[in-house]
Design a protein around this ligand. Structure first.
Ligand code: ADP
Length: 164
């Protein structure tokens, strides 16, 4: 267990799929910086501040040791952000088939840009491999129950957004 990894993503909102990756990542890395991508072109449901709050609440719910998870946001090139934070590893989660091609392309591009930074993948937990923020939002919007798919503090925030 050594080193710092950056776990980047939209986290709009964080799901139990994400927390499972974080949990596994903490077996391998001393510290993980969960970095929320500030990308307005994706038209997020939650603001960056709201997404960071939900990640902090999820880390607390997980009982993460103090100092082992930091929550931050970034814009611009991920590799530049990782380098600025002194991280040698980018951590990503991999769901069956759906993520593979995109993640392979991104990892290769990032290696091309910054050969000293490695992308490390952790396989999705089979309980959550079908869980995606987009799908969770859609189900919540339509009144479906997503309580088991997201950390405890996320569901009330989803319900509030959709006026349920
Ligand atoms: P992005 O827009 O960068 O894909 P996401 O928040 O959707 O941001 O995902 C961030 C990371 O978490 C990605 O590596 C993604 O593959 C991974 N991830 C998302 N959902 C799951 C899940 N259910 N299981 C495992 N990994 C996941």
């Amino acid at each position: 267990m050594r080193g710092v990894a950056v776990y980047p993503g939209s986290f709009d909102p964080i799901t139990k799929g994400h927390t499972a990756i974080l949990h596994s990542g903490l077996v391998a890395f001393e510290k993980i910086i969960v970095a929320v991508l500030n990308n307005e072109s994706k038209q997020p449901l939650f603001s960056v501040a709201e997404r960071m709050e939900m990640i902090a609440e999820a880390a607390e719910e997980m009982g993460v040791e103090p100092g082992r998870v930091e929550i931050d946001s970034f814009d611009g090139l991920l590799v530049n952000y990782a380098r600025s934070r002194g991280a040698r590893v980018i951590l990503r989660g991999l769901r069956a088939v759906a993520d593979f091609e995109y993640e392979l392309q991104m990892a290769n591009m990032n290696r091309h840009l910054t050969p000293e930074i490695e992308t490390v993948f952790i396989m999705a937990d089979d309980a959550y491999f079908y869980v995606a923020s987009t799908l969770v939002k859609e189900v919540a919007r339509l009144g479906g129950d997503v309580a088991e798919l997201v950390p405890a503090s996320v569901q009330p925030r989803l319900l509030a957004k959709f006026d349920k």
